[in-house]
Design a protein around this ligand. Structure first.
Ligand code: NZQ
Ligand code: ZN
Length: 386
C-alpha cells in the first residue's frame, strides 16, 4: 500500500426525518445564504422542511444553480454573500448545487483577482465561507468531499478544484428526498458512483485488500440495488438508503487512500459535457467501457480481479474473462437506460478532434493519474465508442 494522509471531518446525518436537526447544526447568529437549483425542492417538500429549520437565522435565498453549475451564475451569489455579509452557506440539492456552493464559498473569500483562477490555474485557496448541505440526489459524493466541478459558459470549459476548506461542516442525507427523482437521474447517480469506485480501483495492484474489498462491495451493491431501483415502480426506502450511502462512500476518500487512482474517464467525460451539455454520468457510461477495452492489457491484473469478484465470472481464459467483464459493465449501464455510444447522442468524430486539440493546448501528454493513457489512446477510446 502507498503512503497517504486521510482527513474527512464531514458530519453525516443519515436517515428519514434528519432535517429536523438542521437548526442545531448551523452556528448561532449565522447569516445564511441558502442555495438551491431549478426548483425541484419546491415541488417535493424539501424547501418547506429546510425553511422551517432556518427560522432562527437571518436567511437570504439564491436559487437557479443549474446542472453543471456555471461560474457566471455562482458569481452572482458571490455578490450576494458580500452584500449581505453572509457567514454560512447552506446548499440544498444535488451535486451541482453542492459544487456551485463550494465554489461560492471559495470565491467569496478570494482576494487575488478572478476566482476562475482557482479552477484554471489551480491557485490554492486560503479561506472559504463555511457551508453545510442537504442532499437530494445521491451520485457525486460532493456531500462528503472537498471537490467541485464548475463550468464556464463563455469558454465551454468544465474544470475541477479540490480543497479541504470547502468540505461541508455537515451533510444531511435523507433517502426520502430522493423519491421525487426522475428515473434517469436515479440511473445517473448509480453510474456516477460506480465509475467513482472504478476510478480508484481499476488501475494497478498495490496490495491493498481493505480498499479493494471496500471498492468491490460498493460495486456489487450498486449493481444489485441499481437493478432493484430500476424494477421498482414506486421508490422503496431501503433501496434508496443503500444507494445513497453507497454513493457517499464511493467518493469520500476512504477507498482512494493508499491506492493508485485514475480519473481519466472523468477527465475525458467532462469534455463531452463541456462541448455537448451531456449529463455527467452519461459521459462516464460512454467513456468507461471504451477506456477499459483500451487498457485491458496494461491493467490486466485488476481487470481479472474485477471480473472474478464483482461479476462472478469463472472463465479460465483470463483475457476472455476481462472482455466479458467489460461487456457486462457496458450492458449494466445500458440496462439502466444509458446510451453508451456517441452516435446515440449525435456526437461525431469532429468532437473527438476538438477534445484532443484542447488537451494538447493544455500541454497534456496523457490523461489520468497513472499517465498510462496517451492522447492517441484517448482518440482510440472515443473512436471505439462512436
Ligand atoms: O435543479 P433542480 O431543480 O434541483 O433539479 C435537479 C437537476 O435538474 C434534479 N434533482 C435533484 N434532486 C432532485 C431532483 N429532481 C427531483 N427530485 C430530487 N430529489 O436533478 C437534476 C440534476 O441535478 P445535479 O445536481 O446536476 O446532478 P448530480 O448530483 O448528478 O450532479 C452533477 C454535477 O456534479 C459534478 C458533475 O460534474 C456535475 O456537474 N460532480 C461533482 C463531483 C464532486 N463534487 O466530487 C464528482 C463527480 O464526478 C462529478 O464530476
Ligand atoms: Zn463523477
Amino acid at each position: 500500500m502507498e503512503n497517504f494522509n486521510f482527513y474527512n471531518p464531514v458530519k453525516i446525518l443519515f436517515g428519514k426525518g434528519k432535517t429536523s436537526e438542521l437548526s442545531t447544526l448551523i452556528p448561532a447568529n449565522a447569516k445564511v445564504l441558502m442555495t438551491y437549483g431549478g426548483g425541484s425542492i419546491k415541488k417535493n417538500g424539501v424547501y418547506e422542511q429546510v425553511i422551517q429549520q432556518l427560522k432562527p437565522f437571518q436567511v437570504v435565498e439564491f436559487g437557479g444553480i443549474e446542472p453543471n453549475p456555471r461560474y457566471e451564475t455562482c458569481m452572482k451569489a458571490v455578490a450576494l454573500v458580500k452584500q449581505h455579509d453572509i457567514d454560512f452557506l447552506l446548499a440544498v440539492g444535488g451535486g451541482s448545487v453542492l459544487d456551485g456552493t463550494k465554489f461560492i464559498a471559495a470565491a467569496s473569500k478570494y482576494a487575488h483577482g478572478d476566482p476562475w483562477d482557482i479552477l484554471s490555474k489551480h491557485v490554492l485557496i486560503q479561506d472559504a465561507v463555511s457551508l453545510g448541505a442537504v442532499l437530494t440526489l445521491p451520485a457525486t459524493g460532493s456531500e462528503m468531499n472537498g471537490g467541485a466541478v464548475i463550468t464556464k459558459e463563455e469558454t465551454q470549459e468544465k474544470l475541477a478544484f479540490v480543497s479541504p476548506l470547502v468540505m461541508p461542516k455537515f451533510s444531511i442525507l435523507d433517502p426520502v428526498f430522493t423519491f421525487s427523482l426522475p428515473r434517469h437521474q436515479v440511473a445517473n447517480g448509480i453510474v456516477d458512483a460506480f465509475v467513482h469506485v472504478m476510478e480508484q480501483y481499476l488501475t494497478y495492484p498495490v496490495n491493498s485488500p481493505v480498499q479493494d474489498r471496500f471498492a468491490e462491495s460498493l460495486l456489487i451493491t450498486l449493481i444489485e440495488e441499481g437493478n432493484l431501483a430500476m424494477q421498482q415502480t414506486t421508490p422503496v426506502y431501503e433501496n434508496r438508503a443503500n444507494l445513497m450511502w453507497a454513493a457517499t462512500m464511493a467518493l469520500n476518500g476512504i477507498i482512494g487512500a493508499g491506492v493508485k487512482s485514475d480519473w481519466a474517464t472523468h477527465t475525458i467525460g467532462h469534455e463531452l459535457t463541456a462541448f455537448h451539455g451531456l449529463d455527467h454520468a452519461v459521459t462516464l457510461a460512454i467513456v468507461l467501457p471504451g477506456l477499459l477495452r483500451q487498457v485491458k492489457e496494461k491493467r490486466h491484473e485488476k481487470l481479472s480481479q474485477f471480473a472474478y469478484r464483482v461479476w462472478n465470472i469463472r472463465e479460465l481464459d483470463s483475457k476472455k474473462a476481462c472482455e466479458m467483464a467489460i461487456d457486462k459493465t457496458e450492458a449494466f449501464f445500458r440496462s439502466l437506460g444509458m446510451l453508451t455510444k456517441l452516435h446515440e447522442h449525435t456526437i461525431h468524430e469532429d468532437t473527438i478532434d476538438k477534445i484532443i486539440l484542447r488537451f494538447g493546448q493544455r500541454n497534456m501528454k496523457s490523461v489520468g493519474n497513472q499517465q498510462d493513457i496517451s492522447l492517441v489512446e484517448v482518440k482510440m477510446i472515443l473512436k471505439s465508442q462512436l
